[in-house]
Design a protein around this ligand. Structure first.
Ligand code: NAP
Length: 363
């Protein structure tokens, strides 16, 4: 396996996704957390006091004592940053870091639809990384995003079907976990024993993000995939794990058996083989009639494997199935770490570091 050694900063380190970064990066073979940042509320305090730590495992000791910084490039001693910032502030802060010459690997929605910003899942569209070459924040700084947590699970199930079967339309009902709303998130009186059939902005993201991710690269633009999506998003009283109940219409004659077979035999592109966070398998197909379930399957592949079950012929469209993905791991911090690993192995992080060394004024 290749060896890399990068110092990493986390923006929004105290939130639900920020904490997942801290947890997943503990003992990472390539990345060491050297800086954490959050809002004025947290800045100046040791991380162990500023973060309302949600995991049952202790805070990694190397991070617990770091002082939380303001999210300003000059305050962060690192080679690149992960962003788990609230979207109300991510736009300006991420651009400031990119302008200052630091690569930004973001979870926030702000730049996902920017023409020159990859909306990346390494096993699906690694070629979209070349959009970075057309970015102009600075010669070294750039921004890469990962999709919305509900888009991620759906795409992992659709991508293995794209080339062989040409899906035409997807209707999906999302059952989304509480951790997807961050911390403290949904009020307990709204959440317990209830289903809330509205999550602001989610249905729009599910209608647009898959088309960019599954789209084809033409020069320095992505031509969106020719796919119609209709989504209904609900919040359900589950801690972690988004469930997608999807029904797919194909351009040709396709049945459940062929779809299950394509999902089972899918192999991720070779460019992802050496990435430490790449799950194996990418997608697991479960045959039990009551699978997948968040309680039983959300941790598959360390939270990076997407589980699929209930693959059946559909009398309305062609095939229906149920997908489960871990929203704060595969759908957020774990997906972003995999993105950064691809950036490292494809030389983008080294290039940024070499350029910054040649021009020390930028960071
Ligand atoms: P969260 O728990 O509310 O955390 C938000 C973070 O942003 C906190 O660290 C907060 O710091 C920081 N922040 C807020 N205002 C700031 C400011 N003015 N300057 C610097 N930092 C500031 O939210 P989350 O669920 O972790 O989500 C983080 C991002 O990831 C969001 O953009 C979200 O849409 C996206 N995302 C979330 C999920 C998920 O499943 N939760 C999945 C995919 C993507 P303080 O603690 O100091 O306030």
């Amino acid at each position: 396996m290749d060896e890399y050694d990068y110092r990493v900063g986390i923006l929004g380190a105290t939130g639900a996704v920020g904490q997942t970064f801290v947890r997943l990066l503990d003992d990472h073979p390539w990345f060491t957390v050297t800086a954490v940042a959050a809002s004025e509320r947290s800045a100046g305090r040791p991380y162990r006091d500023a973060a309302n730590w949600l995991s049952g495992q202790p805070i990694p000791s190397s991070v617990a004592s770091l002082e939380v910084q303001l999210a300003e490039p000059e305050a962060m001693d690192c080679d690149f940053v992960f962003s788990a910032l609230d979207s109300s502030v991510a736009g300006e802060i991420e651009a400031a870091f990119a302008r200052a010459g630091l690569p930004v690997v973001s979870n926030a929605k702000n730049y996902r639809q920017h023409d020159r910003v990859p909306l990346l899942i390494p096993e699906v569209n690694p070629g979209h990384l070349s959009l970075i070459d057309a970015q102009s924040w600075s010669s070294e700084g750039f921004i890469v995003t990962n999709p919305n947590c509900s888009t991620t699970g759906l795409i992992c199930g659709l991508h293995p079907l794209m080339d062989a079967f040409a899906p035409e339309a997807v209707q999906v009902t999302m059952l989304q976990a509480l951790s997807g709303a961050g911390y403290p998130g949904v009020s307990s009186l709204d959440a317990v024993g209830n289903v809330v059939p509205y999550i602001g902005g989610e249905e729009e993201k599910l209608a647009t993000e898959p088309r960019k991710i599954l789209g084809s690269l033409k020069g320095d633009r992505v031509v969106p995939a020719d796919l119609t999506l209709s989504a209904q998003c609900t919040r359900v009283p589950v801690r972690d794990g988004h469930v997608a109940c999807a029904s797919i219409r194909f351009r040709g004659d396709v049945g459940a058996e062929a779809v299950a077979d394509a999902l089972r035999t899918f192999e991720a592109p070779a460019v992802t083989e050496s990435l430490p966070s790449r799950p194996d398998p990418f997608v697991q197909v479960l045959d039990a009639p009551d699978a997948p379930q968040p309680q039983r399957h959300v941790e598959a592949g360390g939270g990076m494997t997407v589980s699929v079950g209930r693959v059946q012929d559909c009398p309305v469209n062609d095939v229906k199935l149920v997908l489960l993905s871990h929203n704060t791991v595969r759908g957020a911090a774990g997906g972003a770490i995999l993105n950064a690993e691809l950036l490292a192995s494809e030389g983008y992080l080294d290039r940024a570091r070499a350029d910054a060394a040649a021009d020390p004024a930028t960071t």
